[in-house]
Design a protein around this ligand. Structure first.
Ligand SMILES: Cc1cc2nc3c(=O)[nH]c(=O)nc-3n(C[C@H](O)[C@H](O)[C@H](O)COP(=O)(O)OP(=O)(O)OC[C@H]3O[C@@H](n4cnc5c(N)ncnc54)[C@H](O)[C@@H]3O)c2cc1C
Length: 297
């Protein structure tokens, strides 16, 4: 049994926002894989819940046909990780996210855990976060005043804290067309165990190569658990811009990434080990991204 004061079921996204305004102390529940554990462990015992679980309009992946984000991929906040791992649009356009989704927990968890819950808990180890950051995702919030768009970099405010106001919900995650077009990537999760474990470090890279596949036009590199929030390795990205596809370029980027990150020592791993992982995983993720883009090393 869970210690819950009351449960309200939203009938539409607007109704969820209204419920949030009426019950400011209440907690949104999507898949519940974080929230229910916090209730059982006492941290949120006795809380009031607003369930958005039945809002099917927030499930699935589509492409925007027109409007300001024409061609963008739109991932509904309630889309589960098992859906994302198999979705044809995701697999075709941002395979890296399907890869990341497949590393979350085990099959049962992936059936209930949502991508929205993964980024709204504000946790640095969230397996989808570094890939979303590396693809410059834009978060679409809904509040009493309507929708607002927030770049994922600004969505993460501090450990466990996002830019969502108490009366807002996350509707969808938008991946702009220019972020994924001609772009190939790879996500690597390093964890103590191969299954059902939280990342010790996560690393997501993607590249755009020149037409002859000889140069790196653009690199994006992002980490989870390399700081209090998921972060981009901007120095590493700049280091390789317009450089030749080579092991030396990859090594230079991986080394530069160490200036961008600030991992800490925790019971899972020391800071030093995480720094070593960050350099090695960057090399592996960039190397694989280049190969997927058709580059030869
Ligand atoms: C056994 C186990 C293993 C796990 N393994 C992993 C793992 O390998 N990798 C990983 O990244 N995570 C892991 N997790 C954590 C968790 O499953 C994920 O973070 C999951 O994506 C959370 O999604 P949810 O829908 O269950 O979120 P919920 O528990 O429903 O919500 C999480 C938080 O987000 C808020 N929220 C949810 N949706 C919205 C929305 N649309 N708008 C506003 N706020 C919202 C909630 O209020 C809450 O604060 C694991 C959890 C368990 C229990």
């Amino acid at each position: 049994m869970y210690d819950i004061e009351a449960l309200y079921e939203a009938q539409s996204p607007e109704h969820a926002v209204k419920l949030r305004a009426e019950h400011p102390e209440a907690v949104i529940i999507a898949g519940g894989s974080d929230v229910l554990i916090k209730i059982r462990e006492g941290e949120k015992a006795g809380c009031t819940l607003i369930s958005i679980q039945k809002l099917d309009e927030l499930r699935g992946v589509t492409v925007d046909n027109g409007g300001p984000h024409a061609g963008a991929l739109r991932i509904g906040a309630l889309t589960s990780f098992s859906h994302i791992a198999k979705d044809p649009l995701i697999k075709k356009n941002i395979y890296t996210l399907a890869e990341a989704a497949d590393t979350v927990g085990g099959p049962q968890l992936r059936n209930i855990a949502t991508i929205g819950g993964n980024v709204c808990n504000g946790v640095t180890s969230a397996d989808s976060a570094s890939t979303l950051l590396a693809f410059d995702a834009v978060m679409e919030y809904l509040g009493p005043g309507g929708k607002r768009l927030v770049p994922i970099k600004e969505h993460y405010v501090a450990a466990g804290k996002t830019a969502l106001n108490p009366d807002e919900i996350l509707l969808s995650i938008i991946i702009p067309k220019e972020s994924y077009e001609n772009c190939y990537g790879h996500y690597i999760k390093y964890a103590m165990r191969e299954a059902l474990d939280i990342a010790t470090l996560g690393c997501s890279a993607n590249v755009v190569l020149s037409e002859d596949k000889k140069n790196i036009l653009r690199l994006r590199l992002a980490y989870g658990v390399a700081g209090p929030v998921p972060l981009r390795a901007v120095s590493a990205e700049k280091t390789v811009e317009n450089k030749s596809v080579s092991e030396e370029t990859i090594a230079a980027a991986a080394k530069a990434a160490l200036d961008d990150i600030n991992p800490r020592t925790s019971w899972r791993a020391t800071k030093e080990f995480r720094l070593q992982l960050a350099e090695e995983l960057a090399k592996r993720a960039i190397r694989e991204s280049i190969k997927r883009a058709g580059g030869v090393l």
